[in-house]
Design a protein around this ligand. Structure first.
Ligand code: FAD
Length: 289
């Protein structure tokens, strides 16, 4: 594995408390030390607003000088609002966007989002139409299928539409079975899709939180992992040690078998991601070099 040719990126969310904002510079600096290709900042998830994403992005860039991509969702929005936001990001020097539909309410009966753009593919097409190739566009991919998709083939068609609309790359929902990713990549190869599809990696540090996230996003926790996490739920150290072994093995399998990089869901904590980084034997650049 040649780490220098692999793309690593770190996802952050806008801090939700004054203490979280105070900690943001140290968080960004700690993660920037391993020189990721870019940071990304979520939007809307957990009730954050657009200004939260924008302000986080600006602070991370000021603190680290590393490219930072805002997530942008089209759910419930209009072309005019999205257009204005794109102009604001462009003026701020942004050249990469993670383009998403956004989450529907749990009670939704259709996968069509309210708003002028119903799917992420329409958002990608709109950005290409209004801003040409100014932005690199990352889209979401679901090796285990998006939970609201009619079936796996329909979901893959939805992914293909995003690629056809002009996506530059994709980041996957997290998963713990590497086979799901390899199967997805085989389907991409058969469909002639060549954009990089980077696995999204969720470190395992908290049993209840992982169960909650996974139930919401449809990520499968294999039974043997779930049982071990249940056993260790009151023993933080044992749970984190086990999680580190499982996720390190997953990352190594992915990188050894052709994954173009890894996108870490940091949950605004540097240490779980950096621990994984060290465990994987990835380079720790010397400061200032
Ligand atoms: P789409 O690609 O539009 O797909 C949504 C659903 O519609 C799927 O079931 C798909 O199969 C179906 N579909 C698509 N096109 C069609 C069509 N033409 N006809 C019928 N069905 C169709 N959410 C946030 O709110 N904020 C974030 O910052 C955020 N960041 C994320 C980052 C990553 C890497 C990932 C993987 C997800 C993120 N999410 C975020 C969650 C995401 O918004 C949800 O998973 C959302 O439900 C789907 O978004 P999408 O862009 O994949 O939608």
């Amino acid at each position: 594995m040649n780490a220098s040719s692999i793309h690593f990126s770190f996802e952050l969310f806008p801090p939700r408390t004054p203490v979280g904002w105070d900690k943001l510079p140290a968080l960004a600096s700690a993660l920037a030390a391993v020189q990721p290709a870019f940071f990304s900042v979520t939007y809307g998830a957990g009730g954050s607003d657009q200004n939260g994403t924008y302000d986080t992005l600006i602070r991370v860039v000021e603190q680290t000088g590393i490219e930072t991509a805002p997530h942008l969702t089209c759910i419930g929005s209009t072309r005019a609002k999205i257009g204005a936001l794109l102009d604001r990001y462009k003026a701020a020097g942004v050249t990469r966007i993670v383009a998403l539909r956004g989450d529907l309410p749990a009670t939704a009966v259709s996968s069509e989002a309210p708003g002028e753009l119903r799917y992420a593919s329409e958002l990608v097409a709109f950005i290409r139409q209004t801003h040409g190739d100014h932005f690199a566009l990352e889209v979401a991919a679901y090796p285990e299928m998006h939970p609201q998709a009619a079936n796996p083939d329909a979901d893959f068609d939805a992914f293909r539409r995003k690629v056809d609309a002009g996506a530059s790359g994709a980041v996957t929902q997290y998963f713990y079975a590497a086979e799901a990713y390899f199967d997805f990549m085989e389907r991409c190869a058969r469909a002639g899709i060549t954009i990089p599809v980077v696995p999204g990696i969720m470190p395992i540090t908290n049993h209840a939180q992982l169960m909650r996230f996974s139930a919401a996003c449809g990520a499968d926790i294999p039974r043997w992992i779930r049982l071990r996490l249940e056993q260790y739920q009151d023993d933080k150290q044992a749970l984190q040690d086990f999680g580190l072994e499982v996720v390190t093995r997953l990352c190594r399998t992915l990188l050894d078998n052709g994954a173009p990089g890894l996108h870490f869901y940091t949950l605004n904590q540097a240490e779980p991601t950096l621990r994984l980084w060290r465990h994987l034997g990835l380079p720790m650049p010397i400061p200032g070099s």
